[in-house]
Design a protein around this ligand. Structure first.
Ligand code: 9MR
Length: 361
């Protein structure tokens, strides 16, 4: 994708009609924002789609408006951080699943599915593991045990697992990581086999970013999952994270890219959608952002077995973006005061305007 072309005002003006229809009171104030007419989860159900959000557990505990919208707007949740290795096994052999269990219980009470995130990743590993000076055999045993214990713990309660996350570089080569270095590329198929043994009913996903469109990275993912399918490795789906920025041209050709994975017999999902911008936001940027969200959802809805569309947080009040991209933010569906943005309205009208039939592989 070309990196430098700036968005044009033409895109911006086309969406100015999508003004927020409801107003919000600040977080925590009694009442909070009026609920939209039909929440996203209801509209998505008509299209046989789960609509999800990543959940920040501190916000869920402390902010009643956040808690209410998490339950009312979404039919799936992903723990933003609390199922990651550094959270569930901060000291070797001492598991702490309390925060993740709390979210899984919340999901059950609200009729939501859970995306388990994440089993094998190069990031957010506990220090005992990264500085442990383990040999290859030991690391293989440690990884096997982590996958087995964690998937067993949530057995029957997690719908989809991100088994392997972000294993590729932008040029399609395998990312250098503790796992690749010690175990070689075979760690990927081992991880899927071990996860399947621990919960044969969970849907097992490969998940990555900048793979929504075709290019060296998504081609590499395609080659990998084609081979895994051909070899009978238990992989069920591919997740496209969907972290976009309006600094670049919005991606095109996403539906065609998703379709080739669908044709392999795999489910697909948008797993971490957000569309960031240089702050402060203005009407033109918000309209471009809305179009970014709309395109991601459109690609999913056009793909027969795209089973869920998850946003990586839903309010600008809590977002990973400003901490990672200084000067950027405002990436979510609701602003910091829980006012729905044009992006929310774009998803709403996209969901309401479709009638996607149920489809099974
Ligand atoms: O949103 C997560 C943030 O709170 C963490 O600090 C960060 C650490 O790497 O991870 C963020 O979530 C990432 C996700 O787990 C994998 N894909 C990219 C996400 C955004 O960085």
């Amino acid at each position: 994708m070309p990196l430098s072309r700036l968005v044009t005002a033409a895109v911006a003006t086309s969406c100015l009609a999508l003004l927020p229809l409801v107003t919000a009171s600040p977080a925590g104030a009694s009442g909070g924002p009026a609920a939209p007419d039909r929440p996203l989860r209801q509209l998505a159900a008509d299209d046989h789609l789960r609509v999800g959000t990543a959940v920040d557990m501190s916000a869920l505990a402390d902010d009643s408006v956040y808690r209410r919208l998490t339950g009312s707007e979404f039919s799936a949740v992903t723990p933003e951080n609390v199922m990651k290795w550094e959270s569930v096994e901060p000291r070797q052999g001492e598991y702490d699943y309390a925060a993740a269990d709390h979210l899984v219980d919340f999901a059950r009470r609200h009729g939501q599915q859970v995306r388990g995130h994440v089993l094998v990743w190069h990031s957010q590993l506990p220090p005992w593991l990264t500085s442990g000076d383990f040999g290859a055999d030991q690391l293989r045993a440690i990884l096997h045990r982590h996958i087995t214990d964690t998937v067993r713990h949530f057995r029957g309660r997690v719908w989809q697992w991100d088994v392997v996350n972000e294993a590729f570089n932008e040029d399609g080569t395998l990312r250098d990581s503790i796992w690749l270095r010690a175990l070689g590329p075979g760690y990927i198929e081992d991880a899927f086999r071990w996860a399947h043994e621990a919960d044969p009913h969970a849907l097992l996903f490969y998940n990555d970013y900048n793979t929504e469109w075709t290019g060296p990275k998504s081609d590499a993912v395609y080659d990998l999952v084609s081979r895994l399918r051909a070899e009978g490795v238990p992989i069920d789906g591919v997740g496209f994270q969907g972290h976009l920025s309006i600094r670049y041209d919005l991606p095109t050709g996403m539906a065609a890219n998703f379709a080739r994975f669908d044709r392999l017999g795999l489910d697909t999902a948008v797993t971490e959608a957000d569309v960031r911008m240089a702050v402060p936001a203005d009407d033109a940027k918000s309209a471009t952002q809305a179009e970014g969200y709309r395109r991601l959802l459109d690609a999913c809805l056009r793909t027969p077995h795209c089973v869920s569309f998850t946003v990586w947080g839903f309010t600008d009040r809590y977002s990973w973006v400003p901490g990672t991209f200084p000067g950027e933010g405002a990436a979510n569906l609701f602003d910091e005061d829980y006012r729905p943005k044009p992006a929310y309205r774009a998803l709403e009208s996209e969901l309401a305007g479709r009638a996607r039939p149920r489809s099974a592989h």
